[in-house]
Ligand binder design. Structure first.
Ligand SMILES: Nc1ccn([C@@H]2O[C@H](COP(=O)(O)OP(=O)(O)OP(=O)(O)O)[C@@H](O)[C@H]2O)c(=O)n1
Ligand SMILES: O=P(O)(O)OC[C@@H](O)[C@@H](O)[C@@H](O)CO
Length: 486
């Protein structure tokens, strides 16, 4: 079958500005043996050459820089020299958020908030066990979430009436797990992280764990946004604190397991019922001064409704940073795929372009397509059978690509009005889209009127890219199965 192998040309060398596209010839294809070559025009510079081979060759991933930053090398994983477990308190009722569902179980893009935080911990291989502490009535709910989303190394513990009591129960679950049939490994260091703080990255976790190993306790802090003031008995200002001297205590926090476990055992009922700061317990009951680590701004806790909206839009933004363009071998499709690839580069951090008529050997495509990419643009021959889209959906389903995040699939048609009975084709497309929506795959149609006039074609590409990014960022089920026209 066919792959595109992209010589050095694609990625950084191929620089095609919209202006350059207007007065320079687009791709000038020529064939040599079993390869199809295209040279991208460029302003005064030697255009790049794209080779599409008819051999089964690995498709180079057009990594323009990883999602998280520059450079295509995956960061080498650091591992702390200690065993680590995590306790995620998730046993609250979410009163400040309102509503009948506790906030940790509120859905973001169809998935409970707690699952995002568990996933954030689970992705880190050096966290050996994750204990989620939920209220007794939500134990089965939490177990079903773990099962549905395939969370590994994750155990449920029963919470208490307060956050501290829930955390204490989580620690006891670990300490006393040798009595269980599947004992948890008692860690040297334990992370404590609110289950409603989903935006936690490996870097801060590593830092607090290493600091806890050295100091006994450590916690993430952030600058105060508002000034702290004290009021007098009659409700008037008594004094204000110098904001520069104070920090907000966030999460994650980390402790040598025995330090925090003993602190909770010695804890007064008052502290268990009214305290809000684990670092304080380590100091009060174990004379351990926690190391404070400046954390990134996205450690915030979902507390109010607005925080849920913010989390929803942040997740959408995070998963909209990668797009994969798939074209078949047809020269028009490759030309449009190339132009879309180039035009989209100004919208997202990473655009992959894979010219392939989907191979039977899915593993090739899986690795390339599914490295954290949840947005696909598939250029089809025509609307009557959209075969390429069908094949891609099959791969996405077989690889469970849409388990954690909805996958956006935009099925592109060039001049679909030709040779098809439009209404019956659209009915088939819409029916198929409704079917795959059940698998969390959001299938949209996009018609691009393909014309050889460079100026108009680039304007069409700009319009197509804007529509594509709107669909990707919004992920609105209402437009599933609809056909937009660029
Ligand atoms: N008895 C409790 C209370 C809170 N938490 C957890 O502690 C974290 C931070 O607490 P908070 O934001 O106060 O959550 P809630 O108590 O649910 O919120 P509210 O105070 O608005 O009711 C949350 O993940 C919450 O689920 C817990 O495990 N057990
Ligand atoms: O449960 P509450 O939202 O009242 O407070 C929790 C916060 O105090 C806590 O998550 C951080 O401040 C770190 O301790």
């Amino acid at each position: 079958m066919v792959f595109a192998t992209h010589s050095q040309a694609w990625g950084s060398k191929v620089r095609r500005s919209a202006a350059a596209a207007r007065d320079k010839p687009l791709l000038r294809p020529w064939r040599a043996r079993n390869n199809l070559f295209f040279r991208g025009g460029g302003e005064g510079r030697k255009g790049a050459t794209i080779r599409i081979s008819t051999m089964e060759l690995p498709v180079t991933d057009l990594r323009e820089g990883s999602c998280g930053g520059k450079g295509s090398e995956a960061p080498r994983e650091r591992r702390p020299p200690v065993s680590v477990a995590a306790v995620l308190p998730a046993g609250g009722s979410g009163e400040r958020l309102g509503g009948c569902t506790p906030k940790q179980f509120c859905a973001l893009l169809g998935r409970p908030l707690v699952s995002y935080t568990v996933r954030a911990m689970e992705r880190i291989s050096w966290i050996s066990d994750i204990v989620v502490v939920v209220s007794p009535e939500n134990v089965e709910v939490m177990k079903s979430i773990i099962k549905k989303y395939g969370h590994k190394r994750t155990t449920v513990a029963e919470g208490g009436m307060t956050r501290h009591r829930s955390i204490f129960n989580g620690l006891k679950k670990i300490a006393e797990s040798h009595l269980l049939s599947s004992p948890l490994q008692k860690p040297e260091v334990v992370i404590i992280h609110d289950a409603v703080r989903p935006f936690v990255e490996e870097d801060i976790l590593f830092k607090v764990v290493m600091a806890a190993k050295e100091h006994g306790a450590a916690g993430a802090i952030c600058p105060l946004v508002s000034t702290v003031i004290a009021s007098s008995a009659d409700g008037c200002l008594d004094h204000s604190l110098d904001r520069a001297k104070y920090r907000a205590s966030e999460m994650p926090q980390a402790f040598l397991f025995d330090i925090i476990h003993q602190a909770y055992h010695q804890c007064s009922d008052y502290d268990l019922d009214y305290g809000t700061e684990c670092l304080h317990l380590a100091l009060k009951y174990n004379k351990t001064n926690a190391k404070l680590i400046e954390g990134p701004p996205d450690l915030w806790k979902v507390t109010y409704k607005r925080d849920l909206y913010a989390a929803d839009s942040l997740i959408k933004d995070n998963i909209s940073q990668q797009v994969c363009v798939l074209t078949n071998m047809k020269e028009d499709a490759v030309q449009v795929g190339f132009l879309l690839h180039e035009t989209l580069k100004s919208h997202v951090k990473l655009v992959k372009a894979i010219s392939t008529s989907l191979c039977k050997n899915e593993s090739h495509l899986q690795n390339i397509l599914l490295g954290q990419c949840y947005n696909f643009i598939c250029i089809n021959d025509n609307l009557s059978n959209f075969q390429e889209t069908h094949q891609l959906v099959e791969i996405l389903e077989n690889t469970n690509a849409s388990l954690l995040y909805s996958v956006v699939l935009i099925s592109v048609y060039l001049d679909f009005f030709e040779n098809v009975s439009f209404i019956s084709a659209m009915q088939r497309f819409t029916k198929f889209a409704k079917e795959v929506e059940k698998k969390n795959i959001l299938l949209y149609g996009l018609s691009i009127h393909y014309q050889k006039d460079n100026l108009k074609l680039q304007e069409t590409m700009d319009s197509a890219a804007a529509l594509i990014m709107a669909l990707i960022r919004d992920r609105n089920p209402a437009y599933v199965g609809q056909l937009l026209v660029a």
